[in-house]
Design a protein around this ligand. Structure first.
Ligand code: FAD
Length: 653
């Protein structure tokens, strides 16, 4: 599809804004146009809710605040799943990608990480134009000053209901049945450079108003924590000596994120390389010498574990040389993003530091790095639908829930959007299990375990990663997304059904190909089949051999298998994992059963007549897990406590 240029996009937003200002009532209001907010707004509208997206600046909708890249190990899985549920980020990534690569290729395909470096402007352009063409969605530029909530219900002390928002410009309130807050790093945000601190959510952007934090903390009584992150200086490309770096070209065949794209839009000449270089002892020295000038690092020398600053890497691992990736910021951008050099010292010291790296010895900084500290809402106060348990109709998604990263934000945004719309339209909430998706793992981890540092997705967080692969996200989620959730278009659904049927037919064809090992050896003399006895093997059995591919089998049995050549890669992967996935089925069923056993939200855990320690009662009372499955995963739950709780649920339910 042809996308409108930025200016047109911007003008259309302004037009829509003007034409809709009169409206004062929506089903769903989304606050914030970042990665969570845009997915939330689009998903709510797809489900059928009249939706309003309010954001501070319409021209920053879809902005990539930090690294212009999408995906990676674990994060790529989330992008594929968001796409399978008809979200935006996968297609936007395909549109804007300028360096596609699959990370972790040395491991099995279940943990490959699809990733792309992006052109910032194109990404933003795509997201903005998608929102403009989404029916039932209105975009309004403005800063939300206040969240409107009812007084607590005397029958249910502490329980409120959201009724809408009020903007900072003093205009009339806008009401809605559901409100989704996706304010990212903006909630009581402070920016740090050297010894200077200023209020802000991101460089150039004001923080969220104090009114919003006040409502969450004081009126709704939510537990709020504080987190920190940072970004590196942007470097002028022409001033870098690229001959002193190692060149990393993109994959020769770009793999798209979206199941709707069989190839990316990128022409080969629009694929740019990345460059790898390393820090030197001089970098360590500058970090140490400037610690007294660096208030962000003084407050917490360890910093976040994921995406740590160069200061905390130097302090944690003295004397070690660290990788620095120099990544393009866009096709026509003259800037490089130095991944690994996030820093918060004064700008003149930042310049001294980067010049200690040989390839950067004459480099110039375009924008200095900075740190940001912000409030987040402890996510154990949310239900699996991402609704605040104590406030009907209030949903939270993205960095406000203690996560970091665009993909984590997008995944939560989509799911909060779905549930906010369903709540507004009087439909029951829907949940995603950790047995069926990384989105389920992410949400379950957040609401059951909470966070003590910015949460980032890794494949190691998913117990069933051999089933939850990037290649099969459409089969896991698109059908459910259409049939049960209502967030998937019929076009995408039909494509998923076509793929599902094609794969089923291909697997059936492979099963019917039965030959003795002797005959297989004759047909495929190059394969290293070790069986000495002659047994009967199906085509599917054979595909599990390392040196056999679907393409090879199709060349021997073209009449039977060649109709399925478009699925060859998926079939190769399926064959490798099928035996393991079959073994996992029982465990998955057990967890799903536990997830179906709901725990009433009003249980008084302190007087529950079962044997539970005081510590376990306190944990259960604080988190109030919504299912037995979620209770089993709480930190501090003992196996005995789980058994006793199970007995109680079986007895009462
Ligand atoms: P954001 O993308 O931040 O979007 C929030 C939106 O809400 C903004 O559009 C803002 O204008 C709007 N908004 C806020 N308050 C209001 C209000 N009251 N009214 C209306 N609109 C409002 N991620 C990583 O994975 N690795 C990193 O190294 C990394 N470093 C980062 C460094 C910095 C300095 C920053 C700012 C972010 C960094 N991130 C990093 C995080 C990444 O940008 C976020 O995880 C991601 O953007 C979160 O998406 P979000 O939608 O939750 O919030």
């Amino acid at each position: 599809t042809k996308k409108p240029p930025v200016l047109q996009s911007f003008l259309s937003l302004v037009f829509r804004r003007a034409s809709h200002l009169a409206r004062q009532q929506y089903d769903v209001i989304v606050v914030g146009g970042g990665h969570a907010g845009t997915e939330a707004a689009a998903a709510a509208a797809r489900v059928g809710a009249e939706t309003l997206l309010v954001t501070q600046k319409t021209n920053t909708i879809g902005a990539l605040s930090c690294n212009p890249s999408l995906g990676g190990v674990g994060k790529g899985h989330l992008v594929k799943e968001v796409d399978a549920l008809d979200g935006l980020c996968g297609r936007a990534g395909d549109w804007a990608g300028i360096h596609f690569s699959i990370l972790n290729r040395s491991k099995g395909p279940a943990v490959w990480g699809p990733r792309a470096q992006l052109d910032r402007q194109r990404y933003r352009e795509f997201i903005q134009s998608e929102l403009l063409s989404t029916p039932r969605l209105t975009v309004l530029e403005g800063s939300v000053e206040e969240l409107l909530v009812t007084e607590p219900n005397p029958e249910e002390p502490g329980h409120h209901r959201v009724t809408g928002i009020r903007l900072a410009n003093g205009s009339h309130p806008i009401s809605a049945s559901s409100v989704i807050l996706t304010t990212g790093t903006f909630l009581s945000g402070s920016l740090f450079v050297g010894q200077t601190t200023s209020p802000g959510g991101r460089i150039g952007d004001a923080p969220s108003s104090a009114g919003l934090s006040h409502t969450l903390r004081e009126r709704l009584g939510l537990r709020i924590g504080r987190l920190r992150t940072g970004t590196p200086p942007r470097i002028v490309k022409d001033t870098v000596d690229l001959s002193l770096t190692n060149l990393h070209p993109p994959d020769s065949h770009p793999t798209p994120f979206s199941f709707l794209n069989t190839h990316t839009r990128c022409k080969p000449e629009e694929q740019l390389p990345c460059y790898l270089t390393h820090t030197t002892p001089g970098v360590d020295r500058v970090v140490r010498e400037s610690l007294h000038l660096n208030c962000h690092i003084q407050q917490d020398t360890k910093g976040p574990r994921y995406c740590p600053s160069i200061e905390s890497r130097v302090l944690r691992f003295p004397g070690r040389s660290h990788q620095v990736w120099l990544e393009p910021e866009g096709l026509n951008s003259d800037l490089l993003y130095p991944q690994g050099l996030s820093m918060t010292m004064p700008p003149d010291v930042q310049l001294r530091l980067i010049r200690e790296i040989p390839a950067l010895h004459r480099a110039e900084i375009h924008t200095p790095g900075y740190g940001v500290q912000y409030d987040f809402v402890c996510p154990t106060q949310l239900s699996p639908a991402l609704q605040v348990k104590s406030t009907q109709g209030l949903f939270l998604a993205g960095q406000i829930n203690g996560t970091t990263g665009y993909e984590e934000a997008a995944a939560q945004g989509l799911w909060a959007g779905v549930n906010a719309a369903r709540s507004a339209l009087s439909m029951p909430p829907v949940a995603l299990s950790r047995t069926e998706s990384y989105i389920g793992v992410l949400i379950d981890d957040l609401v059951s375990r909470g966070v003590t540092e910015p949460y980032r997705m890794f494949t190691s967080r998913a117990e069933f990663r051999t089933s939850l692969r990037p290649d099969n996200a459409d089969l896991r989620l698109t059908l459910k997304g259409f049939e049960e959730v209502g967030c998937v278009s019929s076009l995408r659904y039909q494509e998923a059904v076509r793929v599902r049927d094609g794969l089923q037919n291909a697997l059936a064809a492979l099963q019917t190909l039965t030959l003795s090992t002797h005959l297989w050896r004759k047909k495929l003399p190059d394969i290293g089949m070790s069986e000495s006895k002659s047994t009967i093997l199906t085509g599917m059995d054979l595909l599990q051999y390392n040196d056999v591919s679907f393409e090879m089998l199709a060349s021997v049995f073209p009449e039977c298998l060649s109709p399925y050549m478009e699925f060859s890669q998926r079939l190769n992967i399926e064959a490798v994992y099928r035996p393991h996935c079959d073994l996992q089925k029982k465990e998955i069923e057990r967890i799903q059963k536990e997830e179906n056993m709901t725990l009433p939200q009003d249980i008084d855990y302190f007087s529950l007549p079962v044997s539970l320690s005081q510590e376990v009662r306190e944990i259960l009372d604080r988190v109030r897990p919504s299912t037995l499955g979620a209770a089993t995963r709480l930190q501090g739950m003992t196996p005995a406590a789980v058994v006793n709780l199970l007995r109680y649920v079986q007895h009462t339910g």
